[in-house]
Design a protein around this ligand. Structure first.
Ligand code: GRF
Length: 196
């Protein structure tokens, strides 16, 4: 299964996928890494010998134009699956339509709880004792696509956003590596999940 992985940040979830795919038994290969900015995680392309591309959102007149260029870059690699691994940008409907259902996202909360760009902060602010991590199929909503996998993560009394997010990421990385494996070996059939 060939993957294009899109990031905006440090790419710790991406690193987990890269490390998993170094195992010859793991049936997925990352063919390119993309970002919507000059993301620190693009350096992983250098480290693991994977091509990277950056489509800076701020360089385009609007979201649609950005999305068209991003889609053109993705399609060059003809991936079987596109993984949003910390992409902090909503994809325009045209991009979702072109890629769906072979488009998944990882989110640091127990969806449908705490969707959106601040799921960790929102869980902390809500004072919940547990949150979670979720892997979903991307549709045109905000983190409201079909859930492929999710797991609860405890919130500790003195958690900061960073300490909680770090604890969530440990679970998130495992769920993401497993979700890609399940898709590659047919245990998860994305066509059944799609609702775009
Ligand atoms: C992940 O928790 C992801 O779910 C969220 O942002 C974080 C990205 O972390 N959208 P990293 O770039 O993989 O370290």
């Amino acid at each position: 299964l060939s993957l294009v992985v899109l990031i905006s940040g440090g790419g710790s979830n991406l690193r987990s996928l890269l490390e998993a795919s170094e195992d010859a038994e793991y049936p997925a290969r990352i063919v390119a890494i993309g970002a919507d900015r000059d993301a620190d995680g693009l350096a992983l392309g250098e480290e693991f010998g994977i091509p990277t591309f950056s489509v800076p959102f701020t360089s385009f007149k609007d979201r649609a134009a950005w999305g068209d260029e991003l889609l053109a870059q993705i399609e060059q690699w003809k991936p079987d699956l596109v993984v949003l691994s910390g992409l902090m940008r909503l994809l325009p409907p045209r991009v979702v339509a072109a890629l769906s259902p072979n488009l998944i996202n990882t989110h640091p909360a127990y969806l449908p709880e705490f969707p959106g760009a601040h799921g960790v902060r929102d869980a902390l602010a809500a004072g919940v004792t547990e949150t979670g991590a979720s892997i979903i199929v991307v549709d045109n909503g905000v983190d409201d696509g079909p859930i492929i996998a999710q797991e609860r993560v405890a919130v500790h009394p003195h958690d900061s956003e960073t300490s909680l997010h770090d604890r969530i990421k440990i679970v998130e990385r495992r769920l993401l590596v497993q979700a890609v494996l399940d898709i590659a070996n047919g245990h998860v059939n994305l066509k059944e999940h799609s609702n775009v």
